[in-house]
Design a protein around this ligand. Structure first.
Ligand code: ADP
Length: 467
């Protein structure tokens, strides 16, 4: 039987013992981080509000460019310091500062940088964990900038602003957003979006050289290229006049036709011809990033959004599993304001798969253009364009034109290469009709073999990528 007063006396003694231990351990000292912030801000930083904004990870270089532009202001002075301590990624700025004060955990240290691609062959260092101590007139700010996934999910570029008031924090973020638009690294560039290799969301931007394909090198039936030109380039050229007359600038064009007839070739020509436009290329499943593409296009028009092989997503469901990706694409197109100078250029080998969606979402596309197999005149031009005619007399050219009925544009580029190769292998100095005929036979045989195997014939020359 336990004696109750004895237990109570023991408990009291034990509590006193614990208290004595607690008092004998000195409280952790606030770190230099806390002191530095207090000196800079003029008050205890744990009492100030923090206003936060997350930008997509791919905007890292834009946030950096905006930050640099802001800091270059006449009245602005700043210091950049690092912030160290294990587990810092799991805490927001307010936590980090609180910890620095009460547990002495996080401290001033080195600044972390990440290298970010900002153009073809161009990179820049961006702060991936750093604290800016900013003074502008009487105002004091502490801005933590980092690449973070502390809120879970996709990486983001996080900007956390400690200021005298929430309004001051918001005003700072507003200025950063405005600077992003002014100094956007994507303006006028050709880029594509890809999935993030290491997790959810969209990965880094990929930049490409602007292709250069002359109109004369695109062989299409009379009037076809002109119609596409007028819609894509003509509207851009006459944007002021069209807007003044109350017309919209947003436009959508679909190029359709069998593989290898020159749809990508035409797109490359248009990209090259629209020199000042920002071009965003989404291919196949990349179409899932249509929202990001539209957002970007809205920020830095004029823009051309290229959606290659849209038939590949005709049946794909979006995240909600109810809506094919193609419908989402058309909805996003609809969400772009009419007066924005944004052109959508869609390509497909399977208009039959795409057409029902277009019919159900009218008004998104104003021009549907066939890029057909070349007719006799087209084949004559292609033979000349790819240098085959140079080896032949007029009758020989005509006989090749007749034999190549039903062949795609890409076939002619390959025919030229194959004939040259056969001549070179045979040690013949000049390429002539016999090599062209042999090349034609070889290519036709492999074409027939592919056709009889039931597999669709891939274009003999793989589609030239944008790069
Ligand atoms: P598609 O996109 O229709 O499948 P591509 O544009 O990728 O076809 O064609 C592959 C290559 O074949 C092109 O890069 C180009 O060299 C050549 N080609 C195809 N069609 C044409 C054409 N109409 N005019 C000129 N070249 C063509």
């Amino acid at each position: 039987m336990i004696d109750e007063p004895e237990v109570r006396a023991f408990a009291a003694q034990f509590r006193a013992f614990l208290k004595a231990i607690e008092e004998s351990v000195p409280a952790p000292k606030p770190t230099r981080l806390h002191q530095r912030l207090a000196d800079h801000l003029g008050v205890d930083p744990t009492e100030l509000p923090v206003t936060t904004e997350g930008f997509p990870a791919y905007d890292h270089a834009n946030v950096q460019a905006a930050m640099d532009a802001y800091l270059a202001g006449d009245e602005v002075n700043s210091d950049l310091v690092g912030l160290i301590g294990g587990g810092r990624d799991h805490h927001n700025f307010a936590d980090l500062v609180n910890n620095a004060r009460r547990q002495g955990q996080f401290d001033i240290g080195t600044v972390d940088y990440t290298t970010v691609t900002v153009g073809v062959g161009r990179e820049r260092a961006c702060v991936s964990f750093g604290l800016y101590l900013i003074s502008e007139g009487d105002q004091r700010l502490a801005v933590l900038m980092r690449l973070s996934n502390y809120r879970g999910g996709a990486l983001e570029t996080l900007v956390e602003v400690m200021a005298a008031s929430t309004e001051a924090g918001q005003a700072f973020l507003h200025r950063i957003r405005a600077e992003i638009v002014k100094h956007h690294i994507c303006r006028g560039q050709v880029l594509s979006f890809e999935p993030w290799e290491y997790g959810a969301g969209m990965g880094p931007l990929r930049f490409h050289e602007r292709p250069k394909v002359d109109a004369a090198d695109v062989v299409l039936p009379a009037g076809v290229l002109e119609a596409v030109h007028r819609q894509i380039l003509g509207v851009a050229e006459h944007r002021e006049r069209l807007l003044a007359a109350g017309h919209h600038l947003k436009r959508g064009v679909v190029l359709y036709g069998p593989p290898g007839t020159g749809k990508t070739h035409t797109v490359r020509h248009l990209i090259g011809a629209q020199r000042d436009a920002t071009v965003i290329v989404l291919t196949g499943l990349g179409v899932q990033y249509i929202r990001e593409a539209c957002n970007l296009a809205r920020v830095i028009p004029p823009a051309l959004i290229v959606l290659e092989d849209v038939d590949l997503v005709a049946e794909e469901r979006t995240v909600s599993y109810s809506n094919p990706l193609l419908f989402q694409l058309l909805n996003e197109m609809d969400g772009v304001a009419g007066d924005a100078d944004i052109a959508f250029l869609l390509t497909t080998n399977r208009l039959d798969l795409v057409e029902p969606a277009l019919a159900q979402r009218p008004g998104r596309v104003d021009l549907v253009v066939e890029v057909p197999l070349p007719d006799a005149a087209g084949r004559r031009r292609l033979l000349s364009l790819y240098g085959v005619s140079a080896h032949l007399d007029a009758d020989e050219v005509e006989s090749v034109v007749t034999k190549t009925d039903g062949y795609t544009g890409s076939f002619f580029a390959e025919l030229s290469r194959r004939a040259e190769l056969l001549a070179a292998t045979a040690g013949d100095v000049r390429t002539g009709m016999k090599h062209v005929t042999a090349a034609l036979d070889e290519l036709s045989r492999s074409r027939e073999a592919a056709a009889s195997s039931g597999r669709p014939m891939p274009p003999p020359v793989p589609g030239t990528p944008y790069v």
